[in-house]
Design a protein around this ligand. Sequence first.
Ligand SMILES: Nc1ncnc2c1ncn2[C@@H]1O[C@H](COP(=O)(O)OP(=O)(O)OP(=O)(O)O)[C@@H](O)[C@H]1O
Ligand SMILES: [Mg+2]
Length: 366
Amino acid sequence: MPPRIDPLGTSHGTILLAEDDLALAGSIARLLSEDHAILVAHDGATALALAEQHHPDLLITDVQMPGMDGFELTRRFRDIPGVPPAPVLVLTARAGIDDRLVGFGVGAVDYLTKPFDPVELRARVRAQLAHRALTRQLYDAEKLASLGAMSAGLAHELRNPANGIVNAVAPLKEMLPPELADPEHPVTQLIDVMAECADQVAFLSRQLLGFRRSGDLDLRRVPVGDVIDRALANASAAISGLDLRTRTEYTGPIRCAAPVMSQVLTNLLENAAHAAGPGGWIELATSKRPGRVTIEVTDSGPGVPQAIRDRIFEPFFTTKPPGQGTGLGLSTSRDLVHRHGGTLELRARGDRTVFAVDLPEPPEVS
Ligand SMILES: Nc1ncnc2c1ncn2[C@@H]1O[C@H](COP(=O)(O)OP(=O)(O)OP(=O)(O)O)[C@@H](O)[C@H]1O
Ligand SMILES: [Mg+2]
């Protein structure tokens, strides 16, 4: 029995099955694998290890198993960090009310007695996964709300020092002796870089504060190339040493708040650079279909493992070591793209994973 079976079609959640009867485990796995990714374990300890590694959306467990029984597994499964906890469905030949009460007491949410009707198992699994998806959405919405409050607070604190730098740069340039004031002189060029960066911080904080109040961004027509160039400059340290490939089928305008959209692309480029690693490549592609402009970032890294694909857009979800990533890059970027009326998605292209930003086609100017 392979430890994992991926569905042929779209996966509706990952299920972990703990069942020591090999034949029964096989038939349940076959039954559910049409719609779900299935991880199979034949004892409690293996199931727990798989749960810690893959964070499944549902645990289906037998009660009597060698070593750790299904009740102990349920208790330990519900204790795995990673909120919200996933539901547990207990599958057992023991039909007594006492057993059921023990099961519910340790955190199971549903019970099915063997022999069971496969149609009923499927229906119960679907109901649990639908409930799980809803809980997740609520959980994410709550996290995003606190993120919104936090970013508005941060934006507020950043605005004054950023404006201070912006306001100090012009007089500083005027004070330069003539031999340094030449626009080609490195001193003047460095001051201009500082001014541009401070401008961007001030602009971003205004935008963050602005959309907290009104929900609107200052959207303008900007050539897509300008937004990309700005993102490449922002991410230059992260992408240096990588082979940068571009496929620009579309070079026209997009409608966006340019510093905000370049921040989104910067986040995607930094993630791509991290995934590709030294010597790898990153591809930036633009294209247009009727009604929508698409910007895609692909990298030569190993892709996003199936087990975490549902989670990477959650605020604070990161696989980086502590202190190295906030896990806010993708959730904030998705939020910012939504505010442009667009979408940010992970798409499969052959064996590559592609992060795709879709934006509404800008209206014609008369
Ligand atoms: N191009 C990619 N290839 C593979 N995995 C990726 C890629 N981009 C993102 N991920 C996964 O998604 C997770 C979340 O990404 P996100 O940008 O939100 O946060 P982060 O990169 O971990 O932290 P930060 O953005 O603060 O550096 C990453 O930790 C990584 O596991
Ligand atoms: Mg990131």
